[in-house]
Design a binder for this molecule. Structure first.
Ligand SMILES: *Cc1c(COP(=O)(O)O)cnc(C)c1O
Length: 397
């Protein structure tokens, strides 16, 4: 068997799906630095700095702010295994695939799911949450801040946090797609625990799940034994947190933590406000371009659309899978297909982290325009691109 070395293959692809996103060269360089021991003092310095930067990104003072070894879903499982007891009632907002995944996980760990089922593409209102609490004595509310399957951006976070605390429950949030692309204010919104992933707006390869828990959540979990050995935060904190013995639990994925460290450095160098503004600006231009080309958004309310994930229906007469394959083959651009209810019906176009630039928006619209012209949907392949340029000019003048 003859196998070419991985690095000799052509892997130059523009990632515009629902994650992973394009990884900056500096982050790839960080991954390729020499591996050192997970208890080495140089490595512990890198861990401490990564934690400090992660707290800034999450806008939190939480001491327990660390990356879990695993993709975004491992952070979700960590929260459930440590914070939900069998028979605990947990309100779960199900307005897309990831709310459904949370409900599945809670029930596998023995929790009782109290679902709030919503039409996909919508978000939950404070009133709906008040009502759910008034009917049940619930232990926690779990929701997704940025629903990657529909492109819906949960609003009213602070008000929801207040309702959860009036009911003496825990506020648990999935910030996988939002972190690094839009505001996530853990302390201000009263979030007790949250998790994220590295391959969306942080533009790191998949493999880590940054989590944060406040002292209230930590007290709850320290009072008993986690129902997972690998994700036992009581044990993991003795390795990660300053003041403990840096006790071995499992070998940290050293080079992934280099990558996260470098990506967080880049995020803070850009500045959170500038970064979120960049995501909004490119989103506005892409949206205008896509609408000119005849795409329509699955999320109807403008203020509930995510800047980093555009879930859209195609103009009539196009076969989404075929078109997506053509775009991948001809232009090396990856676009995501619809998920769950929207499988075969919609596209999900990501502008996450390093994939959110003016040049990349332009390339996307030009390539999509070319394909639509070939199918006779439009006459001028550049109209989407031109609309986007006009938006940029307006926002720059
Ligand atoms: C991607 C994603 C996840 C799952 O993350 P994995 O890294 O695939 O395990 C969870 N929630 C949301 C909202 C996501 O977008």
């Amino acid at each position: 068997m003859k196998v070419d070395p991985t690095y000799e293959r052509n892997l130059e692809i523009h990632l515009h799906g629902p994650g992973p996103s394009d990884v900056p060269a500096a982050v790839l360089r960080a991954i390729s630095a020499a591996t050192i021991g997970h208890l080495d003092s140089e490595f512990i310095k890198i861990m401490d700095e990564a934690q400090a930067m992660l707290r800034m990104l999450y806008q939190t003072e939480n001491r327990m702010t660390i990356p879990i070894s695993g993709t975004g879903s491992s952070g979700m499982e960590t929260l459930v295994a440590n914070l939900i007891n069998p028979q605990d009632k947990v309100i779960v907002v199900r307005n897309g695939v990831f709310g459904g995944r949370i409900a599945d996980t809670v029930s596998r760990f023995g929790g009782e799911v109290i679902p709030i089922d919503l039409e996909w593409g919508t978000v939950v209102t404070p009133e709906q949450i008040r009502k759910a609490f008034s009917r049940n004595r619930c232990h926690a509310l779990f929701l997704v801040h940025a629903e990657t399957s529909t492109g819906a951006h949960q609003q009213h976070m602070r008000e929801i946090g207040q309702i959860v605390h009036q009911n003496d429950a825990l506020f648990l949030v999935d910030t996988v797609t939002s972190l690094g692309g839009t505001e996530v204010k853990i302390d201000e919104w009263g979030i007790d625990a949250a998790y994220s992933g590295t391959q969306k707006c942080l533009s790191v390869p998949p493999g880590l799940s940054p989590i944060t828990l406040n002292e209230k959540a930590m007290q709850k979990l320290r009072a008993r034994k986690a129902r997972s050995w690998y994700f036992d935060l009581g044990m993991i904190e003795q390795y990660w947190n300053e003041g403990y013995q840096r006790k071995y639990h499992h070998t940290a994925p050293i080079n992934m933590i280099y990558a996260l460290h470098e990506a967080l450095r880049l995020v803070l160098q850009e500045g959170l406000d500038a970064r979120f503004q960049r995501h909004r600006k490119n989103a506005a231009a892409l949206q205008a371009g896509l609408e000119t080309l005849g795409f329509t958004y699955l999320v109807k309310k403008q203020n509930e659309r995510l800047p980093m994930l555009h879930a859209v229906y195609l103009p009539d007469g196009l076969e989404e899978g075929k078109l997506r394959q053509n775009i991948r083959a001809r232009y090396n651009i990856e676009i995501g297909g619809g998920l769950g209810e929207f499988s075969g019906k919609a596209w999900r176009i990501g502008l996450m982290g390093h994939s959110s630039t003016k040049d990349k928006v332009g390339r996307l619209l030009n390539c999509i325009g070319e394909e639509l012209k070939k199918h006779g949907i439009i006459d001028d392949a550049t109209i989407g691109f031109q609309t986007a340029q006009a938006i940029y000019q307006n926002s720059e003048s």
